[in-house]
Design a protein around this ligand. Structure first.
Ligand SMILES: [Zn+2]
Length: 445
């Protein structure tokens, strides 16, 4: 099938231009004026999409999600969360290994690919989780199907905590693909938690979460990761930077180190705990308004390389309690592009920079094959967005299985109008329309 997207304002490669995009099957075959002239024959078979008034962006690549399958499907699953992704303009996601079983063996990894092949609505891949004793398996990972190795460094998620100095050194020395780190120092967190419990009781109010999961815990651990990447020349991607200090750890010559900011830290700050409570309890914690402001500044000045979500749904019942008892993590993938468009309206970033942060840079960092740009010969992963009358998020908008969002009551001024995945419309006018478009992403080809 051939699809012609007419009159779109196309944003790619740092250029904004009013042009047509022609798609043949799953691939972009022409970009330019008067694309109809480029269509050789069978024009009767052409599906024309009028994109007048819309921006057409590359589909968002979210390099950090937790879709909870297998093993935690009461919270979320690949079918439901990939629908939320499509509705949010996300056409590719990389899922994290803290599922059950953990994705710390090649068998567990292949099991996830099998599920996604059947269930996923958008393109997918899966990080491999490092542990204290699975380094030998790195060499059996296919670098064409896996984005990288996820390392929970000094931070406990399940029992994937890697905190032995010697093991960390070995991981940084051995990794044959990017390492993505979650950096929070467990010893600091444990000491802070003990102190908070002494002061406030066994389950301190969530407003104490940033004192417990403190800035020092993040900064100290990120320093160790940066130091190891420098020593071993490892390609390091620092996940969910949450403090202004971490933004200043890198030097211009750290070409092998990149940084991720996530929606929670960009859109909320510690004053929001009073209003939203444990729904915005995430790890690392959401910190001060000053940290939030500096993170936003870093989007524009290049200290942040990628914007992702760390989409991590929980049941509302998991969110009961305070800083000790309530689960950490929140869903956000359906509203990540809309959030960044809000920052565009506020003058925080340009449209070109938004596309770099959400589409181009994740593709470059993980060396994704033929995605992340609107270019001839690339896969037709695209999202059409339109500026609209402000509208308010309600729980019944939410496609995530958990049925809630920290954005409930939030007003957005943009809409995702249509999402194309491999040339097929997967989402349009508020509905999922095709569930058979997804593919496993390829890397390093
Ligand atoms: Zn995460």
């Amino acid at each position: 099938m051939t699809t012609l997207i007419k009159n779109a304002t196309v944003v790619t490669d740092g250029v904004i231009e009013n042009i047509d995009v022609l798609i043949n099957e799953d691939v972009i075959c022409y970009i330019g004026k008067e694309a109809t002239d480029q269509q050789p024959k069978a024009t009767h078979d052409i599906n024309v999409v009028d994109a007048t008034g819309c921006f057409l962006l590359p589909g968002v690549i979210d390099d950090h999600v937790h879709f909870r399958q297998p093993g935690l499907t009461q919270k979320a699953d690949i079918a439901t969360e990939s629908r939320a992704a499509a509705a949010g303009g996300v056409t590719t996601y990389f899922d994290m290994p803290n599922t059950v079983p953990q994705t710390t063996s090649v068998d567990a990894l292949m099991q996830k690919f099998d599920i996604a092949r059947r269930e996923s609505v958008v393109n997918y891949s899966f990080f491999f989780g490092a542990t204290n004793d699975n380094i030998a398996q790195f060499s059996s990972l296919d670098p064409h199907i896996v984005p990288g190795i996820k390392l929970f460094m000094g931070s406990s998620t399940g029992n994937m905590l890697v905190d032995k100095k010697q093991t960390l050194d070995q991981i940084f020395a051995t990794a044959n693909m990017p390492i993505m780190t979650h950096c929070e120092d467990t010893a600091i967190i444990n000491a802070n938690m003990a102190e908070a419990k002494r002061l406030y009781g066994n389950d301190p109010d969530v407003t104490h979460h940033p004192e417990i999961r403190s800035r020092e815990a993040c900064v100290e651990c990120s320093k160790v990761a940066v130091d190891m990447a420098r020593r071993h020349g490892t390609q390091l991607h620092l996940a969910h930077i949450s403090t202004r200090e971490e933004l200043n750890l890198l030097r211009p010559d750290d070409k092998n180190i990149t940084t991720e900011a996530v929606i929670g830290h960009l859109m909320f700050n510690d004053r929001d705990y009073a209003r939203i409570g444990t729904l915005i309890k995430v790890n690392p914690s959401i910190k001060t308004a000053e940290d939030q402001a500096e993170l936003r500044k870093a989007l524009a000045d290049g200290r942040i390389s990628v914007v992702a979500t760390d989409h991590a749904p929980h049941l509302l019942s998991d969110k009961l309690g305070g800083a000790a008892k309530a689960a950490s993590g929140m869903p956000s993938i359906q509203y990540s592009l809309l959030s960044m468009l809000e920052l565009l309206d506020q003058g925080v970033i340009s449209m070109e920079r938004l596309v770099e942060l959400m589409c181009h840079n994740p593709a470059k960092i993980f060396n994704v094959s033929k995605r992340g740009f609107i270019r001839k010969g690339y896969k037709a992963d695209l999202v059409m967005v339109r500026k609209v009358e402000p509208w308010t998020v309600r729980a019944d908008n939410v496609m995530s299985k958990c049925g809630w969002t920290p954005f409930e009551g939030h007003t957005f001024s943009w809409r995702v109008e249509r999402t194309f995945c491999n040339g097929k419309t997967v989402f349009a006018n508020g509905h999922i329309v095709d569930t058979n478009a997804a593919e496993a992403v390829r890397f390093r080809e």
